[in-house]
Design a protein around this ligand. Sequence first.
Ligand code: DC
Length: 670
Amino acid sequence: MYTTPFLDIPALDGVSGRVRLPGSKSISNRVLLMAALCSGKTVLHNLLHSDDTHVMLQALDQLGCALHVAGETTTVNGLNSDATGPRIELFLGNAGTAMRPLTAALALRGGEYTLSGTARMHQRPIGDLVDALNALGCRIDYLGQTGFPPLRIRSPNLDFRRPIRVRGDVSSQFLTALLIALPTAAGASRRDIEIEVVGELISKPYVKMTLDLLARFGVDVRRDAWKRFVIPGGSRYQSPGDFQVEPDASSASYLIAAAALSRPTGHDDGLTIEGIGTNSIQGDIRFAEAAERMGARIQSATDGLHVARSRWPLKAIDLDCNAIPDAAMTLAMMALYADGPSTLRNVASWRVKETDRLAAMATELRKLGAAVEEGADRLTITPPATPEHWRAATWRTYDDHRMAMCGALAAFNPAQLPIRIDDPACVGKTFPDYFETLFQVARPATSVPVICIDGPSASGKGTLASGLARALGYHYLDSGALYRLLGLAARRHGLAPPFQDAAALGALAKTLPVRFHEGRVWLGAEDVTHAIRSEQAGRDASLVSAVPEVRTALLHFQREAARLPGLVADGRDMGTVVFPRAPLKVFLSADVAERAKRRAAQLRARGVDTKIDSLYADLVERDARDRARTAAPLKPAEDALPLDNSHLSIEQSVAEVLSWWQKKQPFRGA
Ligand code: DC
């Protein structure tokens, strides 16, 4: 997950290949609670692990439910129905799928609880559910504003003789909450319990999903249109044993859209989204039909959905989106690429989601150059008239995961402009690795941005470059490590200083089995992270790096490191040879005395005792050799910006280079 303050996504050309998406949030939180309400054990497969499911897992843990997470499986042991201890305080973040059903389940169960969440959760309505439950004899009080969490719950005095009336036109989660909570009560009271929906029920597919899942857990609810629901007396949750959570259909919408926006290349076209089909029980799978109407080609096969573009520009759409409120946001992004204005109707519920999504979408889409009309419950989007009308924007996300995921779809713009996503970590709510997943299958439309940090040994390049990479969420290439690795590999092959067998070294470099993974460096199966940091390895590197055959052979390793969303590369010739067109090149230097001091401190931290004098002499000798060699000598690129960091802290150096980088960016409208 990207935890940087912002993430810059370069212009994208398309997506292809295969992806596997995390489990559905809506299914995960429903089945977690249903499994907890069963007696006995349920093993859940492919459960989503994200902010919203973690609050549910944590709440169940606090309630005394024994949970065990191991790799792909989560084992849930049913709650003991009699055990109600002292008052329990549950914090439910901003997860509506935890707050609403837990309120109902706990209010009916007995015991004392307080339920709270984030500031936004305390602005999201729950009054209709509380009214319905209190009319039954539950005892729920508001601890803050009437109609909103936080709530206090005490043991009820239940009376099921009258039907339960609940409003259906604010959030379908109120009905879902009752449907999940009442079977236990119906089992205990041995009489049918009836729910009557007041007003038009919105987001019906989510209620349908609840009913499907209840059936999988042994509870058959009778349904009369979308008005009346009867939970039969004597109902009892029964564990299905194992349960496979489908990949999230709402998450899939972004990748379906990306595939529909992909420019065909003539080979390997299309994206396969594994493990999900149009027979999914998730309502948002119906997004696929809307995407097809706009110009996606979607085939549902046994291995998943195959998606590609079928027409361009996309066709504008006018659609009642009440059944797919979440995925409808993705349609708003596709509308940017349509042949005219699109209208998404009947989405008033957007106003009470993680943020006011109607207002947020309108504001952000306008920044990109679209004309947007925001109605009380609809959005009309007119795409930018020509590529020249597109703008490179800072896309705000309002702590709303779907805003962030949608924003990335602006990267397919025909003007090939990058997009900056603010607070990318908010995708953690439902899809923590969203951006990583997208980058795995995406093709950049232009070259991936590279920042080059060149300079002499021990000038602090590595520290600066990795600090920049962390700040920007970019990959990091330590090119010196490649030469150090080669020195080590050469010794293993019986070559020795002064390494004059150019042909043998070149051949070795071409097939160097190098792997950089999570901060560690591997030579074949051997972890050489420490071995390549010795002073001898540094001297060897300086020698093998002077061999032209070696430099040519190692070029492709280095250029391959330029992957989405960007790269910070450090070395001697990043700006001059490897990435000559990089948009920012820095030539870092520091006094030799200062560099010798830093290197000594580094070595001492690793338990190696050295003399400053010999380090000083060694640096002078290495600088001279790196400068004098004919192959890619150490020198600043013509367009490199010099930075002498002799008297700067690491933070100051990073801040300075970041400010140079920011000045080169086109983003507007923070
Ligand atoms: O940056 P470093 O100390 O890890 O580099 C080790 C040696 O590798 C250094 O003496 C010069 C050489 N090198 C190079 O020639 N070109 C690069 N891009 C990086 C390092």
